[in-house]
Design a protein around this ligand. Structure first.
Ligand SMILES: Cc1cc2nc3c(=O)[nH]c(=O)nc-3n(C[C@H](O)[C@H](O)[C@H](O)COP(=O)(O)OP(=O)(O)OC[C@H]3O[C@@H](n4cnc5c(N)ncnc54)[C@H](O)[C@@H]3O)c2cc1C
Length: 323
């Protein structure tokens, strides 16, 4: 096949929620789109890190699990007959040729007029406590990733962390766990005020600020956790069988940090059009940096709609019409 026939209008790097929604919006303009995704399944963090967790903050949907949302996003994206998806293929090198980008991946080569980078946080590396007395129990009661909520049925669960992910896990556990204890090393929990109010009102939930997890004990599986009450300067042992550590993820942009993009730490700097410093290369979602950026799917959906519109205008200026 001649190169001209292989050229996509828009190449989307990363098939997480934001890349999927970008493919849908680009499909509305009847552009030839390819998603390149390093993993074997689409859906990014929602598919791999919280498939069973309810999501409450996507416009128009009061509650939906991560996996259900991914299913809906896939159905929406696949409405376009001009969408191609390359799974299990990581983007390695991006090089400019006249009027064209060439992307080399772990499986081959793709050509595109425009590129939209929606690579999120790169690899999914949960931030660990780096405490062998906790990390040594991973798979035996300590969870850095939760793929099935049912394992917590009837269990006493300790949730470590004070942000929205930790609060969402604690809320999701209320109807099924025997008890939920939430600890946070700071004096205030940082989650949404509404989640905080609901957790405080739930009799099954105990919230302990100013506390750190020191270690777990048990025989073959966690049976208790030792916490340090920083304000009281003493240790306490809690009878718990499961521990969820939700203290964030470590962003890792991988090879794209070498592509000549302006990076702010692990993130790509974009302007209000979601344009990067490279011609015809846009970015959206968790990977982008601009003042006031909020890492949520709702913001990513808006950003990628803007990125597609910027790409549409650039393609139009090149004389490339929808199919
Ligand atoms: C536990 C938890 C709970 C959360 N709860 C919520 C919530 O309730 N509501 C909410 O709005 N947000 C929530 N978030 C945040 C939300 O998941 C992210 O904002 C969202 O996933 C960002 O989407 P994205 O597509 O930009 O990135 P990602 O979901 O990270 O997807 C990026 C994709 O790009 C792929 N990729 C990376 N590098 C490459 C490469 N070199 N080549 C090819 N593919 C690549 C990755 O494999 C991945 O599939 C939560 C996050 C966590 C961890």
């Amino acid at each position: 096949m001649a190169i001209q026939e292989k050229i996509d209008d828009i190449l989307i790097i990363g098939g997480g929620p934001v890349g999927l929604y970008g493919a849908y919006v680009a499909g509305l303009h009847r552009f030839k789109v390819r998603i390149v995704e390093r993993l074997e399944r689409l859906g990014g963090q929602a598919e791999y890190l919280f498939p069973d967790k309810p999501v409450y903050d996507v416009g128009g949907i009061p509650a939906i699990t991560g996996r259900q949302l991914v299913e809906q996003l896939k159905r929406q994206a696949y409405q376009s007959s001009f969408l191609e998806v390359s799974l299990g293929e990581a983007a390695l090198r991006l090089e400019r040729q006249p009027d064209l980008w060439v992307l080399d991946t772990t499986k081959g080569r793709h050509y595109a007029r425009c590129v939209i980078i929606t690579a999120g946080i790169g690899e999914f590396r949960p931030r660990k406590l780096d405490n062998p007395r906790v990390d040594g129990w991973e798979g035996q009661g300590v969870h850095y990733v939760v793929d099935r909520l049912s394992v917590f049925q009837g269990r006493r669960v300790l949730v470590v962390g004070g942000g929205n992910s930790a609060a969402d896990w604690a809320m999701a556990l209320i109807p099924l766990a025997r008890s939920v204890t939430m600890i946070h090393r700071r004096s205030e929990f940082q989650c949404h005020a509404d989640s905080l109010a609901k957790l405080r009102a739930a009799p099954e939930v105990t919230m302990i600020p100013n506390a750190t997890l020191e270690g777990c004990d048990g025989v073959g599986h966690v049976a208790s956790a030792t916490i340090r009450r920083l304000d009281l300067d003493r240790e306490e042992t809690l009878p718990v069988e499961e521990v969820i550590v939700a203290i964030g993820l470590i962003p890792e942009p991988g090879p794209l940090a070498e592509w000549g993009l302006i990076m702010v730490g692990p993130e790509i700097q974009v302007d209000a059009r979601m344009a990067t410093n490279l011609p015809m290369v846009y970015a959206a979602g968790d990977i982008v940096h601009y003042p006031g950026k909020v890492k949520l799917m709702a913001t990513g959906f808006g950003e990628v709609a803007t990125a597609v519109e910027s790409a549409r205008q650039a393609l139009k200026a090149m004389g490339i019409a929808p199919h």
